[in-house]
Design a protein around this ligand. Structure first.
Ligand SMILES: [Zn+2]
Length: 467
């Protein structure tokens, strides 16, 4: 590892990096809580300082929302640029976020969430891994390279969001507004995990998401269950929800799987090499058996296959004791995760058609769509992915495996609005307690991440612009 560009810099800088990160982690930048608006703003200022210290030419705090609605610009993003490589060099945009999740339940933390401590090589604090540690990892790579070499082979832009943990409500608007300034050839996201510290991996995709709220009504009001033989909204909702899957766990919407792309042999092999312990997986989830599409592994079910989940089912009386009624109304909430090349509009239309076929004439149904995100995929043979693999292999000493994230995030909007491939250098680990009590960052992963981020920036210098 000594031949890596930042090896010497890192050895000299570890203490300072840890002190800096700890200072940042003491700022409780919880974007979900209005009481912490000032802290999110302070966190943005702190982040801007990091970028200035790293040697960025321009650093600016960008309000998330300029329209004035919903608490305008209260959770600002931070933008930094270093454009010294010239017009012929590729441009790289690094994405991360500086806001953090709420911390409750507080009594489950072994140390206060905003008082960072190092225990057995783990840095414990809210935001240590998600995502301040990973943002600082990227900023330190820049600081190291500019300090050692005076220049970078790429033009570099950082965009560090302040609303990621509340679903990035203004992020796409921000991207549209700043599209010219953010123009890039490749996007590097550092907000993900690896399989294990000794099994490096990179994410190739995130799933899309379409959600629906379905309101059903079968009568004007609830009726006496002993006196009326009439349609029951609770029973109808249960039938509709149960019809969403067939006996093999496949989603029954018409044409649902038509556009689902099968994996290449190489990706199938790589995914098959990711270790999986069913008993441990079950115990982590607190379940005794697994469900999902028949004939697919749990990783395939969450990463490479589309799913439909009933996330809420409400009807009738839920209070103490008994109320003898035939319920008149019911509500179902459904979240559908999409994979390439499924489109949110097409699947939404399919859902409406499917629902209409399951509602008897005379029952009223109101469907409210709640957001739509397309799936994101960067193919494993993309030159930017291959470049990333080279950087990871040099640092971890092994070729990375390819995984797919089951979640959905702002990365899709980044790739789509800026028209550039998205690659993932994430150093979190599955046990890092993202969003949970006792969030932590393994310091060895942070150090490897700084080295890998440096190697990656150097290697991306040779990427052909426009690929
Ligand atoms: Zn995050």
């Amino acid at each position: 590892m000594d031949d890596l560009a930042l090896a010497g810099y890192l050895e000299r800088s570890k203490d300072r990096i840890l002190t800096t990160l700890s200072d940042w982690l003491r700022i409780p930048s919880i974007s979900a809580d209005p009481a912490h608006v000032g802290d999110v703003a302070n966190s943005a200022e702190f982040c801007a300082g990091l970028l200035r210290d790293a040697g960025f030419h321009e650093v600016e705090i960008i309000p998330a929302n300029v329209s004035g609605e919903n608490g305008a610009g209260l959770a600002p993003a931070v933008y930094g640029e270093w454009l010294g490589a010239g017009d012929d060099a590729p441009t790289v945009l690094v994405y991360g976020h500086h806001d953090v999740q709420p911390v409750d339940p507080l009594d489950e933390w072994t140390s206060p969430p905003f008082e960072p401590v190092v225990v057995d090589g783990l840095l414990l604090a809210r935001g240590s891994c998600d995502d301040k540690g990973q943002v600082l990892m990227q900023a330190e790579a820049v600081r190291g390279l500019l300090g050692e070499m005076g220049a970078l082979p790429v033009n570099l832009k950082f965009l560090i969001e302040g609303e990621e943990e509340v679903g990035s409500p203004h992020f796409e608007d921000l991207l549209e507004r700043e599209r010219e300034r953010l123009a890039t050839d490749v996007i590097v996201v550092s907000d993900t995990t690896m399989v294990a510290a000794d099994i490096p991996s990179t994410t190739l995709s995130m799933r899309g998401l379409v959600c629906f709220d379905v309101a059903l009504r079968t009568a004007k009001s609830d009726l006496h269950s002993g006196l009326w033989a009439v349609p029951n909204a609770a029973l109808l909702a249960a039938r509709v929800a149960a019809s969403l899957h067939d006996g093999l766990g496949r989603v029954t919407l018409p044409g649902f799987y038509d556009r689902v792309r099968e994996l290449s042999e190489e990706e199938t092999r790589s995914l098959g090499a990711v270790p999986f312990e069913e008993a441990e997986f079950c115990s982590q989830a607190g379940v005794s058996y697994l469900e999902g599409e028949a004939g697919r592994t749990p990783y395939e079910r969450t990463g490479t296959r589309p799913t439909a989940e009933v996330t809420g089912l409400h009807a009738g009386y839920g209070g103490p004791g008994m109320k003898t009624i035939v319920p008149a109304t019911a509500n179902i909430k459904v979240a559908i995760r999409l994979v390439p090349d499924q489109g949110p509009e097409e699947i939404a239309a399919s859902f409406r058609t499917w629902l209409a076929a399951h509602i008897p004439e005379g029952a009223e149904v109101t469907v409210t769509p709640l957001g739509g995100v397309a799936p994101l995929l960067t193919p494993l043979d993309h030159p930017a992915v291959q470049t990333l693999c080279g950087a990871i292999e040099r640092v971890w000493g092994k070729k990375p495996l390819f995984t797919r994230s089951g979640g959905s995030g702002p990365e899709e909007a980044l790739g789509r609005v800026l028209g550039a491939p998205v690659i993932f250098l994430g150093v979190g680990l599955p046990g890092d307690n993202f969003h949970a009590p006792n969030e932590r960052l393994e310091l060895d992963q942070l150090w490897r991440g700084v080295l890998a981020a440096g190697e990656l920036l150097l290697d991306l210098g040779t990427l052909k612009v426009g690929q």
